[in-house]
Design a protein around this ligand. Structure first.
Ligand SMILES: N[C@@H](CCC(=O)N[C@@H](CS)C(=O)NCC(=O)O)C(=O)O
Length: 206
C-alpha cells in the first residue's frame, strides 16, 4: 500500500501526486501540514524528522524529499518510458527536476505566496514585482530548450518535467504580466491535456 502524507495545496506534495496519477497507482493520502498541522507530533517526526511534507510510505520504505520520492516512484513503477536506462538521459532530466525545485522555485514562491496567500493590503508590491521579473528571466532560459524539444526530459515526458510542470500551472494563473514565451506556453498546454495533470495540478490555487 502506498501512503502519501501531505496537504494537496503544497507544490512538493503535488509533484508526488502527479507521478502517482500518471502511473495509475492506488494510494491513500493523509492531510498534514499547513492548516492541518500534524507535522510536529512524535508519530509524524518518526516518519519525517524534518517535520515537512511530503512523506511517502511504500510498504516498509519511508521516504521524504519530494524529488527523491519522484525519482523513486518513476524508477520503481514507471518502466522505461518514465525512467531511462541511460545515465546521460536520466541526468539531463535530473538537471531540470533540481533546477525547478531550487533555482526557479525561489522567486516563484515569493510571487505565489504574495498573490495567493497574502491579503491585498499586506502585499509588498515592489518585492512581488522583483520576484516576478526574476522568475520570468529564469523561464526565458527554458524557452530555447522547449523550442528545440517537446519536453524538458527530451522527446518524451519524464521526471525533468515534473517540478517545473507543477509550478508552471500556478505561474500562468497569477494575475501578473508575463513576457511571451510561446514554446513554454505550448509545453504547458501539452501538460494540461494530461488527465493525471488535470487531477493533481490544475486545482484551485490556495
Ligand atoms: N525539500 C523538501 C521541502 C519540503 C517542504 O518545504 N514542504 C513544505 C510544503 S511545500 C512544508 O512542509 N511546509 C510546512 C507545512 O506544510 O506545514 C521537499 O522537496 O520535500
Amino acid at each position: 500500500m502506498l501512503t502519501v502524507w501531505g496537504r494537496t495545496n503544497s507544490n512538493n506534495v503535488k509533484k508526488v501526486l502527479w507521478c502517482l496519477e500518471e502511473l495509475g497507482l492506488h494510494y491513500q493520502r493523509h492531510d498534514v501540514g499547513g492548516q492541518f498541522g500534524g507535522v510536529d507530533t512524535p508519530q509524524y517526526r518518526a516518519l519525517n524528522p524534518n517535520g515537512l511534507i511530503p512523506t511517502l510510505q511504500d510498504g516498509d520504505l519511508t521516504l521524504w524529499e519530494s524529488n527523491a520520492i519522484v525519482r523513486y516512484l518513476l524508477a520503481e513503477y514507471g518502466g522505461d518510458s518514465w525512467w531511462p536506462q541511460q545515465a546521460r538521459a536520466r541526468a539531463e532530466a535530473d538537471k531540470w527536476l533540481d533546477w525547478a525545485s531550487t533555482t526557479f522555485v525561489a522567486p516563484f514562491r515569493i510571487a505565489f505566496v504574495g498573490w495567493i496567500r497574502t491579503a491585498p493590503e499586506q502585499r509588498d508590491e515592489a518585492l512581488l514585482a522583483t520576484a516576478a521579473a526574476e522568475a520570468a528571466a529564469l523561464l526565458a532560459r527554458v524557452e530555447p530548450v522547449l523550442a528545440a524539444q517537446p519536453y524538458l526530459s527530451g522527446e518524451r515526458i519524464g521526471h525533468g518535467d515534473i517540478a517545473l510542470g507543477t509550478l508552471i500551472y500556478p505561474w500562468l494563473q497569477l494575475p501578473i504580466e508575463r513576457p511571451s514565451l510561446p514554446a513554454l506556453e505550448d509545453w504547458a498546454a501539452r501538460l494540461a491535456q494530461r488527465p493525471a495533470y488535470q487531477r493533481s495540478i490544475m486545482t484551485v490555487l490556495s
